[in-house]
Write a protein that binds this ligand. Structure first.
Ligand code: SAH
Length: 341
């Protein structure tokens, strides 16, 4: 019999499993506390559970835990990047960043990615598989354990497209925010998407309190379609409509990611198109990112970041330039896993 993934189970599911074994329901609550508060890595560590019950658990379940395959620490700012390996040998990247207001963790949601954005290292070797809820959660648990730092906010901005692994991501968020576990308010979580429109609308209806980050990178179908294949499925007009819907439903301001690539999307005409596109989405926020240069493409960082920002600001579009963390360890996602392959 294959063992079940206990760290992906919600408390009601665990209760059902445990009572089916003939155990009292309160044992499930105890066990959930051991797994998600004390974060045991073996059932034998659950000292208040009967020995026979622990043996049963050992036979039926496994506790997901990744192995730290590589760890890079930035000498500039302490940003720490982990390459985690899961039991089947697949790897993902996780980055711990420290800001004045606390520690933020960037996690991966898939092994590889199907989306094919032309500037992104995570998608170059294609897609392998979705990550399980337990694999997302254990990136949080292992990073806290390993670094001794507490995660105060979380971004789903690592490898993968979270809305392409929707059910697992939703279950992960439920486990993460459980008051019997990590208890992280979803107000401190940002989900980044390349623009899977029907999922953005579903998420809006759920009113989870998440911040939505939308990877825009270009303001017209022509320019966006040239660098992001998803734009051929859901065009910019549909995307902007879904963003307005998200704000209307949740009251949460949308954050747009815009990676500036020299000669591709950093000119004044593009800035003007962006201003026109975003005017109806007020309030929103644009995060300008000097593109991370990757091996597979000729793309170069734009030298016009400040000018671009000024144009947006002068025209009433709120824009900031993202501070680069971990520049010396290449903290942008996807590159460590590729190097390891
Ligand atoms: N699939 C999701 C989340 C993962 S990518 C998404 O598309 O949003 C996280 C962010 O990094 C996205 O905004 C993505 O567009 C951006 N990104 C990818 N490659 C980059 C690069 N080379 N330079 C700058 N940003 C990049």
């Amino acid at each position: 019999m294959t063992q079940k993934d206990i760290l992906s189970m919600t408390l009601p599911e665990l209760e059902a499993e445990i009572t089916a074994l003939g155990e009292k329901k309160f044992r499930a609550g105890q066990l959930y506390g051991w797994l998600h508060e004390k974060r045991v890595t073996a059932f034998s560590e659950c000292t208040n559970l009967p020995k026979a019950f622990i043996e049963q658990l050992d036979g039926m379940f496994f506790i997901m835990r990744p192995v730290v395959k590589r760890k890079l620490v930035s000498k500039l700012d302490g940003t720490t990047k982990y390459l985690y390996e899961f039991p089947d040998g697949e790897c993902c990247e996780t980055v711990m960043m420290s800001y004045k207001h606390g520690n933020s963790l960037c996690i991966s949601t898939q092994v590889g990615c199907k989306m094919g954005c032309s500037f992104c290292a995570s998608t170059k070797a294609g897609f392998v598989r979705d990550l399980l809820p337990s694999e997302m959660l254990s990136q949080v648990y292992e990073s806290e354990r390993e670094s001794g730092r507490k995660v105060e906010s979380l971004v789903l901005m690592g490898i993968g497209e979270p809305l392409d692994n929707f059910d697992n991501v939703l279950r992960f968020l439920e486990l993460l925010s459980s008051d019997k576990g990590k208890n992280l308010s979803l107000r401190h979580v940002s989900l980044s998407t390349c623009g899977i429109v029907p999922r953005i609308r579903e998420l809006a209806d759920m009113k989870l309190g998440l911040t939505l980050s939308v990877s825009l990178h270009a303001p017209t179908d022509e320019k966006r379609g040239a660098i992001m294949p998803i734009n051929k499925r859901y065009d910019t007009a549909e995307l902007i409509d879904a963003c307005r819907y998200y704000f209307a439903q949740t009251g949460r301001r949308i954050s747009f990611e815009f990676a500036l690539i020299a000669g591709v999307n950093d000119d004044a005409a593009t800035a003007k198109e962006l201003i026109k596109l975003l005017r109806p989405v007020s309030p929103c926020h644009v995060n300008l990112i000097p593109v991370n240069e990757i091996k597979e493409r000729e793309y170069r960082k734009s030298g016009r970041v400040k000018d671009f920002q000024k144009l947006l600001e002068e025209n009433g579009v709120n824009a900031t330039v993202r501070r680069t963390l971990g520049a010396d360890i290449n903290a942008a996602c996807g590159q460590l896993r590729r190097d390891n392959m």
